[in-house]
Design a protein around this ligand. Sequence first.
Ligand code: DHB
Ligand code: FE
Length: 285
Amino acid sequence: MAEVVAGVGVSHIPALGAMMEGTSGGPTATVFDTFAPIRDWVAERELDTLIVIYNDHASAFSLELLPTFAIGAAPSYAPADEGYGPRQVAVAEGDLDLSWHLIDKVIPEGFDLAVCQQLDVDHGFTVPMTVLFGSPQEWPVRVVPIAVNVVQQPTPSAQRCFDLGRAIGRAVASFGEERRVGVIGTGGMSHQLQGRRAGHINEVFDRRFLEEIVDHPDRLAGLTNTEYIHEAGSEGAELVMWLVMRGALSDKVVEGYSGYHIPVSNTAAGIVALDNVGAPVGVVG
Ligand code: DHB
Ligand code: FE
């Protein structure tokens, strides 16, 4: 049987990717020290498949064609060309059987995922892979990408994202094949890249988020998108994707690791790693 073993929330700032692969050339030791412990932690979980909750930044999608929720059902996912050529990272191999199982289970529950049988993935997906796994020739897991629109209003609410995670958790628990599954939510933490509040960082809110995502995700799911934008900035609202991850885990989790660094680029960078220790979502016990 498949099992959601662990969840990770992690920033996807392009500069963080460069630092974690050692190509940024700058003084990176502190940032590296904050994020590198996740690599051993994840390796010890012996994951087969990673469900990656991320947002596309008008790379594979566009502002003219932008699904609210989308899921990959492709044999592989190449890094997207974001204007400077694709990031030089491995192509990710898809877990097709799990993708189709999630599609068959989650859509009938009322989450209308756009199904993508061809999909390039941008830094929202590839930077967290570098943070978790370094720069291998092949990623050590297969993947299911799930994209959430957090770039063009109206975006789905935090509660809706949490509930989507619940549906994903239930679907994984009903998958008949053996899989150790990890779920990662990417983006954040507080940042705004544009307008009068460009450079906005809110450490108080970020630290509250890192704490409450462990045992009180309901409090975070209860915030409106306007509150997210107000507290975390227009791009900091990416944090709702961490709630999809958290929703896929049971009520009971154990925090394995948490880290925070400001700034990376213009952005607050954070990470949290959670072991799923309770009964699977949707199973009483
Ligand atoms: C940065 C942060 C993001 O979330 C992103 O998608 C792109 C850039 C940044 O801080 O540079
Ligand atoms: Fe982003």
